[in-house]
Write a protein that binds this ligand. Structure first.
Ligand code: ZN
Length: 438
C-alpha cells in the first residue's frame, strides 16, 4: 500500500469512526494504547519501568490503573531526550524528523516525530476542514518560519493542500510566506493570490486586521485557520469585521499533532480521539469531572520514535458533556489557556489562571501580556486601542489581585505592540522570573 492509500484509508475510517458508539471508540483507543505501551516498554529506556503499574503479572493491561502512570513534563523532555527515543521502531511507521519547540516557559525541547504520525494528523485536519465546508480547490496561505525561499513578493508555492485523492483538491494551490513579510506586504500578497484561507497565530492575524484598517488596505478572506494560541472573541470579531472571515480554530501542537477542532454543529471542540488519548487532570493527576478545568495530558497513538505517554501539554481546558451532534468524539468546552505560564508566590502557592476579558475591556486594550518578573512582582503590558485615552488600570489591577495573589506588586505598562517569541508565538502569560516551572 502506498502512503497516499494508507492515508486515504485512515481518512475514510475517520469519517465513519466519528459516529461509532462510545464502547467501539474505547475499544479502538485501548487497542492503540496497548500497542504503544508494549512498544515503549520494550524499546524506550525512559519507559522501561515507568509503565509497571498498568502491566499485570500475566502481561495483560490493567486499565483501572492508567492514572498511576507518571505524567511526562517538558523538563523530562529536555533532561531525558536520549532515553526517550526508541531503539527499535515498529515497521511501517516511516522515517522520522526532529523539530524544536520553544514553548512558553523558555524551555526549548526537541521532539522527534515519525512519518505515520504526520500522515495521520493530516487526515485529522482534513476531516475538520470537511466538517466546515472548506474548499480545497481554493488558495491557502500559511505564514511561518524564515525560509529564504518564501520571501516577498512571491512567497513559496507548496502545491496542493487538500487530500491528494480528492479531485477538487488537485486544483488547489498553497503558499508559505516568511515571517519577514510586513503587514502591508502580507495584505497585498493575500489579495494578489486570491487567498481564501489564511493560517497563522490568531494574535498575528488580529494585528494584521488592525493594520489593514489603519492602512486602508482591503483583503477578503473566507476563513482564518488559527493555531498555536487561544482565539479570543475579540480576535474572531476582528477577523469578521476586517476580512469578512470566519475562524476555524486548530488545536494542535508539535507534540500532539492535530488534537481538536470545533464542532460544525455547536459550541466546543471535538477531540481527535482516533489519533490520541486526551485527558484533563487536576494538580494530583486525577481526572477532572466534566466542566472542571485542568491540565491537558496527551498520549498520541502512533508517535513511536519518541513515545509520549501521559505528556503534560501545558494547556488548560475542560470537557463539555457529550455533543448533541451525534459524534462520539469527546468535546472540549474550551481551551482557555495555551501553554499557560505558572505564576508563583514566595509562600509556595502556584497559579495557572486567566484574567477575565472584562479586565482587558477595562483597559481598552487590543492585546495584553501578563508577566511575572520577580518573586511577587508582575507586569500587565498592554496595547491601548486609543493611545489618547487611558483605560481603567485600577480595575485591571484589582482583577489581577483577585485572580492571582492579593499582595502582588502589579505594574501597568502601555506599549505600541507586544513582541512575539523567537518562534513567532504570542504569549499572553509569561513567567520571566522562574522560567522552568513545567
Ligand atoms: Zn459535535
Amino acid at each position: 500500500m502506498t502512503e497516499d492509500e494508507l492515508q486515504q484509508q485512515f481518512f475514510e475510517m475517520l469519517m465513519e469512526s466519528q459516529y461509532w458508539s462510545p464502547s467501539q471508540l474505547v475499544a479502538y483507543q485501548r487497542e492503540q494504547l496497548e500497542q504503544l505501551l508494549r512498544h515503549a516498554r520494550a524499546n524506550v529506556p525512559f519507559y522501561e519501568n515507568r509503565l509497571d503499574s498498568v502491566f499485570r503479572p500475566g502481561g495483560g493491561i490493567d486499565w483501572d490503573r492508567w492514572h498511576e502512570i507518571p505524567i511526562v513534563t517538558r523538563t523530562d523532555m529536555r533532561d531525558h531526550r536520549d532515553a526517550m527515543l526508541a531503539r527499535n521502531r515498529p515497521r511501517g511507521h516511516g522515517d522520522y524528523s526532529t523539530i524544536e519547540s520553544s514553548g512558553s516557559t523558555g524551555l526549548p525541547i526537541k521532539i522527534s516525530t515519525n512519518r505515520l504520525m504526520m500522515l495521520a494528523t493530516a487526515a485529522i485536519r482534513w476531516r475538520a476542514q470537511r466538517w466546515h465546508g472548506v474548499d480545497w480547490s481554493k488558495t491557502y496561505t500559511a505564514r511561518g518560519g524564515f525560509d529564504p525561499d518564501a520571501l516577498y513578493p512571491d512567497g513559496k508555492q507548496t502545491g496542493i493542500w487538500g487530500p491528494p485523492w480528492d479531485a477538487a483538491a488537485r486544483a488547489g494551490r498553497s503558499f508559505t510566506i516568511s515571517r519577514r513579510f510586513t503587514s502591508e506586504e502580507t495584505l497585498e500578497f493575500l489579495s494578489r493570490t486570491a487567498t481564501a484561507y489564511y493560517s497563522s497565530v490568531p494574535k498575528n492575524v488580529h494585528t494584521l486586521a488592525l493594520e489593514a484598517e489603519r492602512l486602508g488596505i482591503f483583503a477578503s478572506l473566507e476563513s482564518i485557520f488559527a493555531h498555536g494560541e487561544h482565539v479570543g472573541a475579540d480576535d474572531k470579531a476582528a477577523f469578521r469585521r476586517v476580512f469578512g472571515a470566519a475562524c476555524l480554530e486548530h488545536y494542535s501542537s508539535k507534540e500532539g499533532g492535530h488534537m481538536a477542532h470545533p464542532c460544525p454543529d455547536g459550541p466546543g471542540l471535538h477531540v481527535s480521539a482516533e489519533n490520541l488519548f486526551l485527558e484533563i487532570v487536576d494538580a494530583e493527576g486525577a481526572p477532572c469531572p466534566v466542566g472542571v478545568e485542568g491540565r491537558v495530558v496527551i498520549t498520541p497513538f502512533v508517535s513511536t520514535i519518541q513515545p509520549l505517554i501521559r505528556y503534560d501539554q501545558g494547556d488548560i481546558a475542560a470537557f463539555a458533556p457529550p455533543c448533541s451532534c451525534g459524534r462520539v468524539l469527546p468535546l472540549l468546552k474550551s481551551i482557555s489557556g495555551r501553554s499557560m505560564a505558572i505564576f508563583t508566590h514566595p509562600d509556595g502557592r502556584a497559579a495557572a489562571r486567566m484574567l477575565p476579558d472584562s479586565a482587558r475591556e477595562a483597559l481598552d486594550a487590543t492585546m495584553w501580556q501578563i508577566a511575572q518578573v520577580g518573586p511577587l512582582d508582575f507586569e500587565i503590558r498592554y496595547v491601548p486601542r486609543d493611545t489618547a485615552r487611558l483605560g481603567d488600570e485600577h480595575q485591571a489591577e484589582a482583577a489581577f489581585r483577585e485572580i492571582f495573589f492579593d499582595d502582588a506588586a502589579v505594574k501597568m505598562i502601555r506599549l505600541p505592540r507586544i513582541e512575539t517569541t523567537a518562534a513567532g508565538k504570542f504569549l499572553e502569560y509569561v513567567n520571566e522570573w522562574r522560567p522552568s516551572q513545567t
